[in-house]
Design a protein around this ligand. Structure first.
Ligand code: CA2
Length: 144
């Protein structure tokens, strides 16, 4: 089983800027934690970060043939991107949406997600653990 992990814009800055909002853990550390969990569960991960909406759409389209599930933190594109939503809906690969912060307890614009209606579920507010919980949820879902 192969799972595609997608990180959206600015998440490459994690741990280096605004630690008050997003914590001090870097994206590399999150990727390492995901890698350990994937080995424990017995699945393969492919991890991709981009600041570009088009690059994320291209990777989602390619996923149609080579992955069983998508774990995505669309970052700011959560609140703006019909293109990412349409790509996810078009490939029809089971998707779990994750966020480090609780997007429902912040500015009002963050509580709307274009991705949530086409995702199997959304996990937010647990910092890096949101990703680990999301991977477990996606793995369990695909196994069923
Ligand atoms: O809580 C999350 O995971 C978000 O997806 C993070 C996005 C934000 O736009 C969403 O509303 C919620 C922002 C990611 C930017 O990350 C940064 C990390 C360090 C410094 C600056 C930005």
């Amino acid at each position: 089983m192969k799972i595609l992990v997608l990180h959206g814009p600015n998440l490459n800055l994690l741990g280096t800027r605004e630690p008050g909002v997003y914590g001090s853990v870097t994206l590399e550390e999150i990727n390492r934690m995901l890698g350990s969990l994937a080995s424990e569960l017995g699945c393969e991960l492919e991890i991709f970060q981009s600041n570009s909406e088009g690059a994320l759409v291209d990777r989602i389209q390619a996923a149609a043939t080579d992955v069983s599930g998508i774990l995505i933190n669309p970052a700011a594109y959560t609140h703006t991107s019909v293109a990412i939503r349409d790509a996810l809906a078009a490939v029809g690969v089971p998707t779990v949406e994750v966020h480090l912060s609780n997007i429902h307890s912040r500015e009002e614009f963050r509580s709307h997600s274009y991705i949530a209606p086409i995702a199997k579920g959304q996990i937010c507010g647990f910092g890096p653990d949101s990703y680990l919980l999301g991977l477990r949820a996606l793995f369990t879902l695909i196994k069923k």
